[in-house]
Design a binder for this molecule. Structure first.
Ligand SMILES: [Zn+2]
Length: 381
């Protein structure tokens, strides 16, 4: 662990000194062979699993590093059933933005640290990290494109998707359909104009007022872990004209709304680059803080089976339903007592819409996702 730390610190320093003239012929200073070498080191840890999730145009594997540890006690204190939560990070869409890789590298290093902070995060979370999403572009020395000359960052709304985009999209979708969906999805880049560290904040015009609050919470939380390093949430505001479907965050918003906090982070692609360890650690801790706070926040007057359905004094709050979602209420024999469709944004089912009966079950059906069910308590009148 210490050796990796020292190595990456030295490499990071070399990159920041040499940033004025990045060497595109050598994978911009960190090529595919460097990644294979690091994968070999990382996979020696008992907490690491390395998988190929697909292949690039030229057939290079797109590698995902999954990190987690024993236990899953995140919810235990609050009486909710425990399960791990998932954070997904992908980096190096744009090959020249090698700082994004160094940040993801430092996130991995922190997740594998022997300290109790890292151990608790491994216990409560699964981190899936794709350090090099565009390996062909890295090897061919492109600044932004893959080997077809396509910018993978803004390709998500095309009729025919690039193989790299298909790979990432399929990975996202398969996690979202599984028992441990993604809570936070980060897309790491580095920026050569502002020469500072910041997130792209998405206006309510392209998301929702509720999502703006989540974004502010998230960005503020990461910033609190690296106060002098990361800009305020409103440093860059985007999506003032609506959802931008060409980006991965447009995919996330369209399909999963407030369920997934999806943001692009920009490190600095300038001679002042550095502090990758502080940034990588802040992204991990900030993500963990955000998810823990979101789980702890619900009113716990009645234990909810799933945090996506929260029992509140005024009704059942259901977070972030995509259009086409519906619900029904059945009694203990499975007979339907009430049903309805959700309009997007309609997230509170008031108690007066839910006829009283012993053992009644509320089911929520989202398109493409397994139904979620909750047994409703009998409320005093
Ligand atoms: Zn970029």
């Amino acid at each position: 662990m210490k050796r990796t730390l020292l190595l990456s610190a030295l490499v990071g320093m070399g990159i920041s000194w040499g940033a004025a003239v990045p060497d595109s012929t050598n994978g911009w200073g960190y090529g595919y062979d460097s990644l294979l070498r690091d994968l070999g080191e990382w996979r020696k840890s008992p907490y690491v699993k390395v998988d190929s999730i697909g292949a690039s145009v030229q057939g290079r594997a797109i590698w995902m590093v999954s990190i987690s540890g024993p236990g899953d006690s995140l919810d235990r204190a609050g009486g909710l059933p425990s399960r791990k939560r998932r954070v997904f990070i992908h980096a190096r869409t744009h090959p020249a933005e090698v700082q994004a890789h160094y940040v993801s590298n430092e996130s991995i290093r922190f997740l594998l640290d022997t300290g109790s902070l890292s151990r608790d995060i491994r216990r409560d979370f699964i981190f899936n990290i794709v350090p090099m999403y565009n390996p062909d572009g890295v090897q061919e020395g492109h600044a932004r494109q893959n080997s077809h000359g396509v910018d993978l960052e803004s390709n998500w709304d095309q009729l025919v998707l690039e193989p790299e985009v298909v790979t990432l999209k399929r990975t996202f979708e398969s996690f979202m359909a599984g028992p441990i969906p993604i809570d936070v999805a980060l897309n790491l880049h580095s920026d050569q104009f502002n020469c500072t560290r910041f997130f792209f904040f998405h206006y309510a015009a392209g998301t929702s007022t509720a999502y703006e609050i989540l974004e502010r919470n998230f960005i503020g939380g990461v910033q609190a872990r690296f106060p002098e390093g990361i800009k305020d949430w409103d440093f860059v505001r985007s999506w003032g004209n609506g959802t931008q479907l060409r980006y991965p965050e447009g995919f996330w918003w369209t399909g999963y709304k407030e369920n997934v906090l999806a943001l692009t982070y920009e490190d600095t692609n300038c001679p002042n680059a550095g502090r990758f360890d502080s940034t990588g650690t802040a992204l991990v801790l900030g993500s963990a803080d955000y998810i823990r706070a979101r789980i702890a926040a619900p009113v716990r007057r009645y234990a909810a089976r799933e945090t996506r359905m929260l029992l509140l004094p005024e009704g059942v709050r259901i977070a972030a339903l995509p259009s086409g979602s519906r619900w029904d209420l059945t009694d203990m024999r499975g007979r339907r007592m009430a049903e309805g469709a959700f309009v997007p944004g309609d997230i509170l089912l008031s108690w007066n819409r839910l006829p009283s009966a012993p053992g009644r079950i509320l089911s929520v059906f989202r398109p493409g996702i397994a139904a979620e069910r909750i047994r409703l308590p009998n409320l005093p009148d």
